[in-house]
Design a protein around this ligand. Sequence first.
Ligand code: ZN
Length: 165
Amino acid sequence: MELARASIMSKTVLIPCPLCRSEKGFRANNTDKDLHIKKYGELYAGLAKSEWRVCGNCGFVHQNPRPSADDLNRFYLNSKYHPADNSEAWENAENYLEFARWYYDEKIDYALKTSGLKQGAVFDVGFGQGGVLKLFANRGWQAYGVESDKTLLEYAKKKLGQSYL
Ligand SMILES: [Zn+2]
C-alpha cells in the first residue's frame, strides 16, 4: 500500500508509520472487533469500521488511514469522544470507581504480573475519566497522564481528586 491512495467518502488520511515514519510496505491487519467508529459521527464519515495496517519496515500495528490531526483536535476539544452516556450515574465518583475497579483491576493485575513490575510510575496517554490512574495511585504508584478532552480532564480532577494530572 502506498500513501498516494486517498480514502474515499471519509475524511480520513493515510499517514506514514507513527513509529518509524516509513511510507510504504504496509500490510492489512483488519479485524471485526473494531466497531466503535460508527458512534464518532463525522470523524469517520463513510466508514463502517476502521482499517489497521502492519508497517512493513518495523511491524508496528496502527490505525491507517485515520482522521486528520486537525479533525482529531476538534473532536477531543469538543468533548465528543466520551459523550455523556454515563454522566448521571457517574456524577457520584464512587459509582464510576466501582465500574473502573470491575473493568480495569483484573487488567492491571495481569499487566503487573506479566511485566514483573512491582512499583513505580505509570503514564496513561488519553486517560479518559482517569480510572486507571486512580487505581494505580491507590496501589501506591506515581500516576501521570494526559487527556485532551477537557470534560474528561475536569472529571478526573474534580471527581477523582487527581491533582497530579
Ligand atoms: Zn514502522
